[in-house]
Write a protein that binds this ligand. Sequence first.
Ligand code: DOR
Length: 425
Amino acid sequence: MDPGDLVLRGGRLLPVDQVGDVRIAGGRIVEIGRGLVGRRMIDVKDLWVTPGLVDLHVHLREPGQEYKEDIETGTRAAAAGGFTTICCMPNTRPVNDQRTVTEMIVRRAREVGLVRVRPIGAITQNLEGKALADIADMKSAGIVAVSDDGRPVMNAGLFRRACEYARTFDLPVVQHAEDLDLAEGGAMNEGVVSTRIGIRGQPACAESAMVARDLEVVEWTGARYHVAHVSTARSVALVREAKRRGLPVTCEVTPHHLALTDEACSHYDTRTKVMPPLRTAADRDALLEALADGTIDCIATDHAPHSPVEKELEFECAAPGMLGLETAVPIVMSFVHAKQLPVVRAIAALTGAPAKAFDLAAGALAVGALADVAVIDPDRTVTFTADALASKSKNSPFLDQPMRGRAVLTLVEGRAVFDLDGRFA
Ligand code: DOR
């Protein structure tokens, strides 16, 4: 349905970084310039107009764990965060390791009709790491990458076969890089803080050892490889070196690994328990530097909703994961405001760069592109509260504190799927 001719007038267009107007008609961007006129004009002066944000790493929990989140609440949270395209991880129940599950997710997301949902298929059947899933069949049903996220592919031979299989479809292989033998079930980062508070930690090398192994296999097979939620300085160094050698490697960082360190776990707050764990300040600084210089391609939230049943437990027993979709923009903005991350790079890492990593037709503010657009108010103060979240779950350590900057309007094909101030009303 054509919502009609619309002009967003006078915004700061990013990542191109110029002030201008965007005219939208028939669900597409039809003109970008100055002094544009349309049947409907929305003044976005002093606001940022960006491509709709793209998140490569979301857990929607449907099918099977709808008490934590479902496709409707998860996509509503995405829209509220400025995201218009999200990729959902296959660790649902049943696992998305076959066509029927992929099709169900695609169909349900269309019915809900908020943001675009692009499923990621499992690498191995039931995420068990024993036998490959039917990647070809899932590819024809719409998957955009494969991953056993939540678990690594520990068996190197199987990982090699997965790379060869995925390569025939040009699909990125997304690794949850955690050597389980090194990790030994550690619930947080192994270091001074874990020792002080008496929680078993897992060493940073549990991640980087797996990245190093994978890069050898990637070089051998030529498969596209994407490191999920990279969290250590050493992993970043390995990715930097692999890119220098021209390997087809990309990676993502989460807002929480940029914003928090293992000190945040000091009070045993299970909302700070995530996998990979929050690391040291030195790791965090290396992540920020690598994001700024492009070694880390993109920001992905790892939005991981959990209910109190999984979270209100002893730290070591609680499920890992925190919400991400609604708080991503203000967290990333904090680095922009602090001049630690150039705004153009921040927006690229949330739009064009993730789209490129998974070959998604999204992430560009260009004439002819679908009118998936986010309008961000860089100075709006927002305090997220449990009651006001669109997500069904509330497991975020970023609640109840003022943050600065948020999406105020989210358009999918020119249609408002989130409209904080009623500009469309
Ligand atoms: O913290 C996490 N939670 N990390 C993962 O890799 C999985 C995710 C989940 O599914 O809850």
